[in-house]
Design a protein around this ligand. Structure first.
Ligand code: PHB
Length: 363
């Protein structure tokens, strides 16, 4: 891959990435148990992977109500903001770049994580999804329909989290507006029955996301904000595709041209949509035609298919998730054609260094 396009530099806003291989956000559950802060171990993990052109951190909750998994880090408190500094410093020492993914899981939480409170959602509709807790899997509950005041509060929390991210030394932020989490729950008619200005029309269902963007712009330049969308996964994290889905994403992505974002991060379908009515199996191809800015694509790419999609002009950056788990030196392996190590799934969400920072490096 020595002279391949994946291995060529790329400018995102005013930041030059040394290659187009992005480490995709991966939940790994190694944050400190009590305060949800990043640890020395987490800093080491990202340091090992800093040869990526860009690292996007694991999803990090913007509010105590945004958490839905065990030991995920937050970015809403002073302690959390401070703790992230060891991570950004480690990555920068290695010459890498790192954005933090800002996350609110909405109805995909459980009272277990919320001191007994009900998860927040656009409407009181149970996703009927299994939630991983330290006490084992629990079924999701009927969430609380958010008041307009609560929606405004979440918008404010996204802004504050972006401000904290800058203080913590991140190069930028990625808004997690996909995969069935809170913002995506607003976009989808199956999880949003609201009749006020946040429900009904495409404009109303996507309103919260533009409010989040506009709020963040008060704290961070637009070209330091990335946005992640997953337009075409069916029966994934409690959301389904219907005839509104693609027109809604088309509308939203067209409007994103009014912003000078760092990038738009799209996922190809996470689930088989070959027989799903209204689903689009080729997300990058569809949205390359609609979106004028930097397009990052993810899901199941290899060095060959990643190079191909960039050479074909369909994407600018390729995000790799699972391959980065067992290959901290993934960039080196892709450059040299070395065999990739396979990850141990049983340690994806456990504690400690096993299956986290103990994968071998070849370079
Ligand atoms: C997961 O931990 O399973 C997970 C987290 C965030 C995502 C998708 C999956 O966006």
């Amino acid at each position: 891959m020595k002279n391949s396009v994946l291995n060529s530099p790329y400018k995102v806003g005013d930041i030059t990435l040394r290659n187009r291989i992005v480490m995709a956000p991966l939940t790994r559950g190694r944050a400190d148990n009590d305060e949800n802060v990043a640890t020395k171990l987490i800093a080491e993990y990202y340091r090992q992977r800093a040869t990526a052109g860009l690292i996007i951190s694991e999803g990090s909750q913007i509010s105590p109500m945004g958490v839905g998994y065990v030991n995920t880090p937050g970015i809403y408190s002073k302690e959390q903001t401070h703790a992230w500094k060891q991570v950004t410093e480690a990555v920068h020492e290695e010459g890498g770049k790192i954005f933090i993914q800002l996350w609110h899981v909405g109805r995909l939480s459980h009272p277990y994580f919320l001191n007994g409170k009900l998860p927040l959602a656009p409407s009181a509709i149970n996703p009927h999804h299994s939630i991983r807790t330290p006490e084992g899997n629990k079924m999701s509950v009927l969430p609380k329909e958010m008041s307009v005041r609560e929606i405004k509060e979440v918008v404010r929390e996204f802004g504050l989290a972006a401000s904290n991210a800058i203080e913590a030394g991140f190069d930028g932020v990625e808004i997690h507006s996909s995969n069935g989490y809170l913002l995506h729950q607003f976009f989808a008619p199956c999880s949003n029955f609201r009749t006020d200005e946040y429900g009904g029309t495409m404009k109303n269902r996507t309103r919260i996301m533009f409010e989040v963007l506009d709020q963040m712009k008060m704290y961070i330049p637009e070209n330091r904000i990335g946005l992640r969308l997953n337009p075409s996964s069916h029966d994934y994290h409690g959301l389904t595709i219907d005839k509104e889905t693609l027109p809604t994403f088309d509308y939203m992505i067209e409007r994103l041209n009014d912003y000078d974002l760092a990038y738009l991060h799209l996922s190809e379908p996470f689930t088989d949509v070959s027989n799903v009515a209204f689903a689009e199996p080729n997300i990058a191809i569809r949205y390359r035609k609609i979106y004028n800015g930097t397009l990052m694509i993810n899901k199941g790419f290899t060095v060959e298919t990643g190079n191909q999609i960039i050479e074909d002009g369909i994407a600018d950056l390729v995000a790799f998730g699972v391959p980065f788990i067992a290959n901290p030196d993934l960039v080196y392996r892709m450059k040299t054609g070395a065999t990739l190590s396979l990850p141990d799934k049983s340690t994806y969400y456990t504690t400690g260094s096993k299956g986290y920072t103990d994968y071998a490096e070849l370079d």
